[in-house]
Write a protein that binds this ligand. Structure first.
Ligand code: FAD
Length: 592
């Protein structure tokens, strides 16, 4: 019997695996998708190929992607494979807004989703933020041509610079992100031959964060620039004995789609006991017992697995409360070159507590062309799909024909800003099981209610406020024209479908991240977030929470001592970790 089985090697799962393997527990990490053992050879910066490689689908690429029912015009971006959706992520790592936590009492307290706060105060999470920020590590983002332009606009709007990590007032700042600062030749040349590790370290400025990070080439896995979990927490979990005294290496099995969490009844309690997964290559099913099960399949698959396993759902909140930051994108066109294709994809932000935030967004050309055509607002200049625009932008909706061609011809002068809204937890925005799409080899497939979601009046007002601010900011920075995409559901950030909460009536997990209805079952992905964090990008908070949950598991289920406030964290780029990675890497490459 394993001590702990973690389901899902994305943003959250590997954090629990690393922390508990470092404490000497016998850890099994199961991942439905592939392990890209050698991204340098397997991945590419050619956009068409790169986008095709990253998908929600099986390791065997001759087989189709896994189905989900996503009614209406919507894009749901989640990935399978080691690293999960962090393979795609831009690594922006802000903390949540303090106003979304219990006990917040500043004058603006009522501006947030007061009915669905985190069930403990912000200050309690700070040591866990610091631990993760050191481990990844999180640093101030390197700046390129596009960032000063954003700062210019923000300053002209009268926003102050925020020099702290806490978001408590309207302000702007460089992003804190989980991308290593450039060193050596990095940042000084575009000559690929000079951008090899160790002559180059950290971010080489390739502008391809979206497509998985394998820069600088020749670097060991833990020294790749972007700190997606495949470059940080997963290597650390697999070599825990190599860097932590008393650590024990976790076992990772990929191509292992978990189809059932088995339980037993003990003294009137339902207790998680075993996990069954299907091996993609053979179709065989394997079952193992565990003392504790951690569910970290992400916001769509965690509720799906719960429902397919027939686990109790007494208050019917499994899958409910989906928040997605109700995003939109605006693009300014400038006389000057904006270089949208260089450097970390996003390195500047402006926060509006109680409303959400805006951040600049760089995009390689094919993504720019695709993005410009993602709209719910009809065709610019022809019809508006009932989504008229009051943001003050010059145009809204899809660009077509010559207008689109002119726009793309000015690609080097375009400047994207994405807005991410503080959106309310709503019971009817949810993941459930599809009744119209047939079950696949893993059981009934999930249906994600995006197209006909029900944003609250506050959510809609926040989105409109942020789009107006973005138009003002871009104009203040010097934009000639501003175009609003008026996006359909464009889902990069999903949260809160298995939310933790103070009230047992509208939450699935208790304040420890433990499922209320099934003992010895914990949740450690974005789905356990109590709300949408006020707008900030979610992964750092999920990882801080997963660290806290690992401590709770160790203390409550194994009688261990907490460590975060008692020991210094070890960084994933510490030389001791690098040595252990270099020793183990040949074996990873051999086994895939
Ligand atoms: C383009 C893009 C940009 C982003 N940029 C940022 C950013 O800058 N900052 C930020 O904070 N966030 C960003 N995000 C969001 C970030 O990727 C997510 O917050 C994070 O990955 C969520 O972690 P998770 O563990 O909830 O889910 P995931 O990372 O999706 O991981 C879930 C994992 O579980 C596996 N799995 C699912 N079901 C099963 C099963 N039944 N059995 C076995 N395995 C299973 C999946 O294959 C997957 O690997 C971005 C996302 C996208 C798409």
């Amino acid at each position: 019997m394993r001590d702990v089985i973690v389901i899902g090697a994305g943003g959250g799962g590997p954090v629990v695996a690393k922390e508990l393997a470092a404490r000497g527990l016998d850890l099994l990490l199961l991942e439905a998708g592939p392990r890209h053992a050698d991204p340098e050879r397997e991945w590419t910066h050619f956009e068409n190929e790169a986008v095709g490689r990253f998908r929600w689908g099986p390791a065997d690429r001759t087989r189709p992607a896994w189905l989900r029912e996503v009614p209406y015009n919507a894009l749901l971006m989640q990935l399978s494979g080691v690293g999960g959706s962090t393979q795609h992520y831009l690594a922006n790592s802000p903390r949540a807004m303090p106003g979304v936590f219990a006990g917040y009492s500043r004058p603006d307290a009522a501006a947030y989703d007061v009915a669905h706060r985190f069930p403990f105060p912000y200050e309690q999470l700070v040591p866990y933020y610091e631990w993760v920020e050191h481990t990844l590590p999180v640093q101030t983002a390197p700046m390129g041509t596009k960032e000063p332009l954003f700062f210019r606009g923000a300053e002209r709007l009268g926003l102050p610079l925020n020099t702290t990590k806490d978001i408590t007032r309207d302000s702007f700042r460089p992003q804190e992100n989980a991308i290593l600062q450039p060193g050596g030749n990095a940042g000084h040349t575009t000559d690929a031959a000079q951008l090899l590790w160790p002559q180059a370290t950290g971010c080489t400025g390739c502008g391809c964060c979206w497509y998985g990070c394998y820069e600088p080439r020749k670097a060991p896995a833990n020294l790749k620039a972007k700190r997606s979990t495949d470059n940080s927490y997963v290597p650390m979990a697999l070599i825990a004995a190599g860097w932590q005294p008393g650590g024990r290496n976790a076992t990772l099995i990929t191509d292992a789609f978990v189809t059932n969490i088995g339980t037993e009844e003990r003294s009137g309690d339902t207790v998680a006991r075993r996990v069954t997964w299907r091996i993609g290559a053979t179709g065989e099913h394997v079952t193992e017992d565990a003392k504790v099960v951690v569910l970290a399949g992400g916001c769509t698959e965690s509720p799906r697995l719960w429902l397919n396993s027939g686990l109790p759902n007494p208050n019917d909140w499994v899958g409910r409360g989906l928040t997605d930051h109700f995003p939109d994108i605006l693009i300014g066109e400038f006389d000057e070159e904006t270089a949208p294709f260089k450097g970390p994809s996003s390195a500047a932000r402006a926060d509006f507590p109680g409303r959400g935030f805006l951040m600049n967004i760089g995009f390689p050309p094919a993504l720019a062309a695709l993005g410009t055509n993602l709209s719910d607002g009809g065709m610019a200049g022809f019809y508006d799909n009932g989504r008229p625009d009051a943001s003050g932008a010059n145009a809204s909706g899809r660009l077509i024909g010559n207008r689109f061609a002119d726009f793309m011809a000015r690609y080097r002068h375009l400047y994207g800003v994405i807005i991410l809204t503080d959106d309310d937890v709503e019971a009817n925005n949810r993941v459930t099981l599809s009744r119209s799409v047939p079950a696949d080899e893993h059981g009934p497939v999930p249906k994600v209610f995006l197209g006909h979601r029900h944003p609250s009046a506050r959510t809609v007002a926040n989105r409109e406020f942020l789009t107006r601010k973005t138009v003002e900011l871009l104009r203040a920075a010097g934009a000639r024209t501003v175009h609003r995409l008026n996006l359909p559901p464009f889902v990069l950030h999903l949260h809160s479908t298995m939310r933790m909460g103070l009230d047992a009536a509208d939450s699935v997990c208790d304040p420890n991240g433990a499922a209320r209805a099934v003992r010895r079952l914990y949740i450690a992905d974005n789905s356990v977030l109590a709300n949408s964090l006020g707008g900030p990008n979610p992964t750092l908070t999920t990882q801080a929470l997963a660290t806290r949950t690992a401590e709770k598991i160790f203390a409550l289920e194994f009688g261990g001592q907490p460590w975060v406030s008692r020991e210094p964290p070890v960084s994933s780029i510490d030389p001791i970790v690098t040595r252990a990675v270099v020793e183990r890497e040949p074996a990873w490459r051999a086994h895939g």
